[in-house]
Design a protein around this ligand. Structure first.
Ligand SMILES: Nc1ncnc2c1ncn2[C@@H]1O[C@H](COP(=O)(O)OP(=O)(O)O)[C@@H](O)[C@H]1O
Ligand SMILES: [Mg+2]
Length: 338
């Protein structure tokens, strides 16, 4: 399989690294197709989009017609054997407005049906970061639409692979209420995989151990740290401001946050205030429901059972150690402007 090239930071191109298990998972899905839609979620910047783009390449090589759209990054791919389908997508995206990207996300479903109708027998629909573009309230309907392609195709086919990747922890709940999707969490990169990426970074850099402890294997953070000239405080403060961590809705739970910074599992207790976990999930600070580390339920290697140093609990984990650090720092500022 040809490995794709990606921009890890401004002016820093890298080759797609590792994620072997996740790519094998796609090969598995390609064999017989997905019976339900596969919903992949995980920490922001853990590498969902990169993996999905690499999967598009893999599926193409396996003989699939591949439709991929990412409205957030304004990217689409239509490696399809029916030229009309490709030009229809190009037409929709002629005006590059947010609405057009929302339409393109919906078009994925119609165009997949068109491909099957035209006699294509192996079709992949890869929908990446679409929920902001179509509206979170439409998440479940969208997934149902994808399932419709699998269950009620306009013509028989050999395999349909339907994958949705989402950063929003909330989308997961919205979709999980129905039996339309299998959910697969993806975690930050494994230590070995992350090392392969770290080794691609040129110039002076902090020792691998330090970078691992800061990022917990999150590739986006690696890129951000590189761009910031490895100024950790700067990146932590950017996070704190970007996520408005000095807001009253968080500070009313100050005592609990202090505990959660030490051990995120306190959020998964009956004593924890109702709603706090939801707020933290919504703000993309923690991931919950990590109970089972059985690799069958993960798209790639699961996180460790518990790793207090990285902020990984048995039930709840900080998305990365740096997310936790930003909260810790905000607690020091209090409600003052930051
Ligand atoms: N396996 C990988 N190899 C190389 N770079 C990667 C890999 N995974 C992610 N990246 C890079 O890390 C950054 C964040 O990844 P991305 O896929 O956008 O995360 P997500 O979609 O989960 O938010 C991007 O710059 C991406 O190119
Ligand atoms: Mg993404």
């Amino acid at each position: 399989m040809g490995r794709i090239r990606l921009d890890l930071a401004r002016g820093l191109a890298v080759v797609f690294a590792d994620r072997e298990a996740a790519l094998r998972r796609v090969e598995e899905w390609a064999e017989r197709g997905t019976r339900l839609v596969k919903l992949v979620f995980g920490p922001e910047g853990c590498g969902k989009s990169a993996w999905l783009r690499q999967s598009a390449e893999l599926l193409r090589e396996l003989g699939f017609d591949v439709l991929y759209v990412n409205p957030l990054q304004r990217e689409f791919l239509a490696e399809v054997g029916v030229s009309d389908v490709r030009s229809r997508l190009v037409e929709i995206l002629r005006e590059a407005t947010a609405e057009a990207w929302g339409r393109a996300a919906w078009a994925l479903i119609d165009l997949a049906r068109e491909l099957i109708k035209a006699g294509r027998r192996r079709v992949a629909l890869l929908a990446d970061d679409i929920f902001q573009a179509i509206g979170l309230d439409k998440a479940a309907i969208y997934v149902k639409g994808m399932l419709g392609v699998i269950e009620y195709p306009p013509r028989s086919y050999d395999a349909v692979v339907a994958v949705v990747a989402a950063g929003e922890g909330v989308a997961r709940r919205e979709i999980g209420r129905h039996m339309w999707a299998d959910q697969y969490p993806m975690w930050n990169m494994s230590r070995d995989g992350f090392k392969q990426l770290y080794d691609q970074i040129p110039g002076d850099k902090p020792p691998f151990e330090d970078v691992w402890r800061l990022t917990g294997g999150n590739p986006r953070l690696l890129g951000q740290l590189y761009e910031a000239g490895w100024d950790v405080d700067k990146v932590v403060e950017m996070f704190m401001r970007g996520k408005e961590l000095n807001s009253p809705d968080l500070f009313r739970w100050r005592g609990w946050l202090e505990k959660a910074v030490e051990d995120p599992d306190v959020l998964w207790t009956v004593e924890a205030p109702e709603g706090l976990l939801d707020i933290l999930v919504e703000r993309n600070l923690v991931v919950h429901n990590l109970h089972d580390r059985d690799p069958r339920f993960w798209v790639d290697a699961p996180p460790p059972e518990r790793d207090p140093e990285l902020g990984v609990g048995k039930y709840v984990a900080w998305q990365t150690p740096l997310h936790r650090e930003a909260v810790r720092k905000a607690l020091g500022y209090g409600l003052r402007p930051i």
